[in-house]
Design a protein around this ligand. Structure first.
Ligand code: 6PG
Length: 477
């Protein structure tokens, strides 16, 4: 017998993905650099489906039916290149390599172009959902040549998560690096969501005076409303958890320095290159970075702050409702920014990405899965050329309804000295977009003053320069 799909790289994500394929009735060839792991997988989980254990690269390739579909689940970067170098010479035109790691989309573009020369279809596929998702249904974001999806698509649809309406959480996202790009932005949004949730928690604790257990209850309630999402759900779980060793809230015994593996940072780096203002995502990345500067924080603890006046118990409940509004409004803004970045990449790289489809496949399986994404899908489906999520009438109305509370929350945060970079950046973005006039006009004047960089006028076409050092008359620039 031959295998319909192969998975190489059997760490937990790779193993779970292989098991997912097998449990869905596919014969799966499995391979790992060290064969012991391959045999361990088959020994432990062989009863779940049909596995073919391959010890060598050659055996692995020979076990696959043609066209071969070979899923690579190794660490992004050098290890991915090494695996491609090992397997590509053994493959034939029409065969497929699917990279399921968190690769940088520029690497995916490079690899796709190189393998195309050999007639190999290279599919950079973002996979979200962690270990549990890989096993029971992830959200999958494959890019690469469209024809790869003919035979690969149905298999991915089978193993993927399903949204509430039954739609599989996978689609052919677009050519070459489009899948990994969309996964990267997914992670950027994930960072922003987590930061906003963190700020909401901090406000409920430091301004409203609630305990972690009480805040867990508040998040549980929020999770039954429009904020219904995986991240809100697990936040309640984490906040309710009590450390067994000390009896303290778990959240109080964890070192408050957030780590990161890079995808959030990439989202911001690429946004800078594309000229897209993803300020909320950027603040989330910077907040993690700031938290990690332990020495700087220690040296700064004695800096002056405001006189804190916590709310009374009677005021706390109303404040919690306001925080929900601020969180929801800020969330709309970070998704607006993330989708803007995908839209800009679509134009830059000539990718035919359907933004409604992206929202649709994020409805299930992935870390940012949320009821909210169905509404984003609906907004783009109704108007595929929507210039921004904020132009959607429903979202605009919701923000309109939330904005007074949003501002009040920021006033309270500022007054109490609670840092809320995510909420603040989101509101600044919103207010800047709404503004009739921005101080950018002044910036242009300054640039013209010190560097003769010229400016455009509101009342005439062309570019102009004022003779600042002379009689200050205006000339064409
Ligand atoms: C996912 C996650 C996954 C990973 C994050 C963690 O979609 O399943 O995003 O890819 O857990 O990349 O990222 P950090 O370590 O950078 O927080």
């Amino acid at each position: 017998t031959s295998a319909q799909i192969g998975v190489t790289g059997l760490a937990v994500m790779g193993s779970n993905l292989a098991r997912n394929f097998a449990r869905n009735g596919y014969t799966v060839a499995v391979h790992n650099r060290t064969a012991a792991r391959t045999h361990a997988l088959v020994e432990e989980h062989g009863h779940e489906g049909d596995f073919i254990a391959a010890e060598t690269a050659k055996d692995f390739v020979q076990a696959l039916e043609r066209p071969r579909r070979l899923v690579v689940m190794v660490k992004a970067g050098g290890p991915t290149d090494a695996v491609i170098e090992e397997f590509a010479p053994l493959l034939e035109p029409g065969d497929m390599i699917i990279d399921g790691g968190n690769a940088h989309f520029a690497d995916t573009r490079r690899r796709e172009a190189a393998l195309r020369e050999q007639g190999i279809l290279f599919v950079g596929a973002g996979i979200s959902g962690g270990e549990e998702g890989a096993l029971n249904g992830p959200s999958i974001m494959p890019g690469g040549p469209a024809e790869s999806y003919d035979s690969l698509g149905p298999m991915l649809e089978k193993i993927s998560a399903k949204a509430a309406d039954g739609a599989p959480c996978v689609t052919h996202v677009g050519p070459d690096g489009a899948g990994h790009f969309v996964k990267m932005v997914h992670n950027g949004i994930e960072y922003a969501d987590m930061q906003l949730i963190g700020e909401a928690y901090q406000l409920l604790r430091d301004v409203a005076g609630y305990s972690p257990a009480q805040i867990a209850e508040i998040f549980r309630t929020w999770n039954t409303g429009r904020l219904d999402s995986y991240l809100i759900e697990i936040t309640a779980e984490v906040l309710a958890h009590v450390d067994a060793a000390t009896g303290k809230p778990f959240v109080d015994v964890v070192v408050d320095q957030a780590e990161q593996k890079g995808t959030g940072r990439w989202t911001v780096q690429i946004a800078l290159d594309l000229g897209v203002p993803v300020s909320g995502i950027a603040e989330a990345v910077f907040a993690r970075s700031l938290s990690g500067h332990a020495a700087l924080r220690d040296a700064s603890r004695s800096l002056a702050g405001p006189k804190a006046t916590p709310l009374s118990a009677a005021e706390a409940g109303a404040f919690a409702d306001r925080v929900e509004q601020a969180l929801y409004a800020s969330k709309i803004v970070s998704y607006t920014q993330g989708f803007h970045e995908i839209d800009a990449a679509r134009a830059e790289y000539d990718w035919d990405i359907d933004l409604g489809k992206v929202a649709s496949i994020w409805r299930g399986g992935c870390i940012i899965r949320a009821a909210f994404l169905d509404r984003i899908r609906a907004a783009y489906d109704a108007r595929p050329d929507l210039p921004s999520l904020l132009s959607d009438e429903t979202f605009a109305q919701e923000i309109a309804a939330a904005q007074e509370d949003w501002r009040e929350v920021l006033v309270a945060a500022t007054r109490q000295g609670v840092p809320t970079p995510g909420f603040a950046a989101a509101l600044a973005y919103y207010d800047a977009l709404r503004a009739e006039r921005l101080p950018a006009a002044l910036t242009q004047g300054q640039r013209d003053f010190f560097g003769a960089h010229t400016y455009r006028r509101v009342d005439r076409e062309g570019s102009f320069h004022t003779l600042w050092g002379g009689d200050r008359s205006e000339v064409e620039g």
